[in-house]
Design a protein around this ligand. Sequence first.
Ligand SMILES: [Zn+2]
Length: 289
Amino acid sequence: MPELPEVETVRDGLEKWVSGRVVASVDVRHPRSVRRHLAGSADFASRLPGRGLGIAQRRGKYLWLPLDDADEALLAHLGMSGQLLLRAVAEPEERHLHVRIRFADDGPELRFVDQRTFGGLLIDELVPTPDQPGDLVPSLIAHIARDPLDPAFDEDDFLTRLRGRRSGVKRALLDQSLVSGIGNIYADESLWRARLHGARPTAALSRPRLRGLLSDVRVVLAEAIGAGGTSFDALYVNVNGQSGYFSRTLAVYGRAGLPCLRCGTAVRRVAFMNRSSYFCPRCQRPPRL
Ligand SMILES: [Zn+2]
């Protein structure tokens, strides 16, 4: 599943290759990909032609392009397997091509390809963000917190709210109303870097310790974005989902039984919220029950 670094790579590609262009036509092949546009696929397809697309933006794992009159935006979520690809108009169609957007300049078109169809596109109204009313955000995602790389992320407020949670620290990191953009993989990587076990209660951790964890989260996300950027290519607005995953350099995630890169102890995997958590039992001591 794409996490923040992959989605940021897509945002960067959209900004380079799509922002500033005017839509000529929209072809919805699979209505499920626009199911969250409640007025229906015909309405979705009719509202974009003739409109210019603004600077690509991101909140958590959502992406949007403001439309030229700036009161609404084209909003995208990649779900499990969604890709936004830039393709020459004449190129053969992908098997799971669900939405095609052509431009007035006749340049490469934008294709939404999604094998598992959990992702989707819609047109949504832009509303002021609760914390910075000058910033506009699609209404559907106004409740999602900023991510730690957002310049307007309020670090002190985040640390106060984090310490106020009565939960384990990993569960708190995954709570999108507290902080966005940290999925399962990067939560495990950040906790390993901070030498913290994910089950440690946030209330029992000092503010400096949590500030250190936040700093580790930022390093992990920034490194992953850097890695995503290197595989960028003009044909893929997105990095290809699969190859993007292989290029990740992970310290603990998916490495059960392999030696911890810091101390050599075998990495352990435990079940966590229908998924898995990976940690080094020596560097990241579980809390005493
Ligand atoms: Zn270790």
